[in-house]
Design a binder for this molecule. Sequence first.
Ligand SMILES: Cc1cc2nc3c(=O)[nH]c(=O)nc-3n(C[C@H](O)[C@H](O)[C@H](O)COP(=O)(O)OP(=O)(O)OC[C@H]3O[C@@H](n4cnc5c(N)ncnc54)[C@H](O)[C@@H]3O)c2cc1C
Length: 531
Amino acid sequence: MIDVLVVGSGGAGLSAALHAKKEGANVLVVSKTYPTHSQTCQAQGGMNAVITEQDRVENHVHDTLKSSHGLGEEATIQSMCEDAKPIIEWLDELGVPFTRTSEGKIAQRKMGGASHSRSCYSADYTGLKILHTLYDTALKENIEFLNEHMILNIIVENEQAVGITAMDLKTSQVKEILAKTVILATGGYISIYNGFNTNSNATTGDGVAAALRAGAKLSNMEFIQFHPTAIKGANVLISESARGEGGYLVDDKGERFVDELKPRDVVARAIYDKMHQDKTVYLDLRHLGLDKINEVMPQERRLAMQFAHVKIEEELLPINPAAHYCMGGVFINDRSETTRENLYACGECAQSNVHGANRLGGNSLLEILSFGKKAGTEAALKARNTQYLTKEDTQQYQSDKNFIAQVFHLPNQIDFYDKKAFMGKIFFRNVGLYRNDINMKAVLSQVRQWQKEFMFMGITDKCTIYNRNLVEFIEFGNMLELSEVVVISAISRCESRGAHYREDHPMEVESYAKNSIAYRYDNTLAVEFKG
Ligand SMILES: Cc1cc2nc3c(=O)[nH]c(=O)nc-3n(C[C@H](O)[C@H](O)[C@H](O)COP(=O)(O)OP(=O)(O)OC[C@H]3O[C@@H](n4cnc5c(N)ncnc54)[C@H](O)[C@@H]3O)c2cc1C
């Protein structure tokens, strides 16, 4: 019998699993990939925490609130920032190899929008080191894993989440997994910017789409963060730590044109403007020297060589902005509860009221660990007083089995890979760094057309063993569902705030200093604004 079912094995999922286990719960982690493959392992720059006398938690709260552009909730941010020091101490005890100062203390670097050097790091492998250490710990704690299983839907009985349906990627078989409480930790939905983002192809928002279908509310889906520095064309991220360590942004003439440590939305738009004047923008790290580069950004040096054939200690690295992070997601309160009973969410799939309109670099790793802890603890406590559903063969299970069987027989008149590529392009151009009503409405009508055509986009590979074509078809369905929510939310927010910049409404408007809330009502998508 499963008390707490965690879906997703990135930093948020593993943190949730470990804390649920600590409360004595019987935990299962179900995940589409292996834990070592999650998005968290890509995090390079660091995790924010006030750990020295020179900095104060109030500064961290202030910086985060400022960057949220009036949308972050102060009490929730305060609680996350207070959590940071004990979490770093916990990670340190578990064995995360943080980079140290010459006095042996955990080293910190400055990230954009931060008033102090506050990001704790492991060279530029921070996420990877944290993830591996959490995974080792989870194995030591005998937490059970079911890898290569993708969530299809959340099973809801009597208005409560009672488990999930999942497809075994190895066999294409649909399974019903019942549990007292369910935690979604499935990461973001940035893949709708297909080909124009810095993330892995697996970040297709499956958990967020499943939550919407299960009647949970989503929030702030229009806020997409564009990272200023991805390697031009390849869209492989060069972390903000490169600028934090002293890197410059220069134009064709070799001149700096923006304060490199301004928040990401400001720097990304400054670069995009240059590109629109047909100029190339470069990251200049040459003055840091090879020794420093090897010490603090060995991975970035390797990535620049591999993807741009550039030696960053000698040459300028051409870059462009790319979609990077979703501030929106499943709406949760400060206890990680969603609006659907017994369903929790944490990490990038959730909107936890801390990032608002713009996330600060280094705050996501903190968020996934802080809210992972809350979700795990709260779900385990709730499970103690929750009945396990004994009835199997739920209606959801039956309908998902039928759906997967049907997919094998759908006509393949339209190639969904073409549509996915086009989706990325039109989202980057029209629901990107600059937006306006006319362009977004054109995107919306295109998305709705694809939704109508979806059942004519069937799979060509009919094999049942490791069928990537089938997985990508299901993922595309989720992307279509969420892309509609992103566009409608962005059209509805008639103002500019943080990462959401409207050419036709260039100012912040007080009446929109609210979260957007999206939900399905009688099969219709509704978006409203709540303070
Ligand atoms: C290149 C890069 C660099 C970054 N650098 C930093 C940084 O320096 N500092 C910082 O704070 N943040 C950084 N971030 C952001 C941060 O890494 C992420 O926001 C964070 O790691 C997300 O963690 P998560 O656990 O919520 O999701 P993920 O780590 O994305 O994990 C999601 C999990 O859900 C699983 N999953 C997905 N779909 C399904 C499904 N259908 N069924 C079952 N399981 C599913 C996946 O397999 C995976 O295990 C960076 C991000 C990127 C892309």
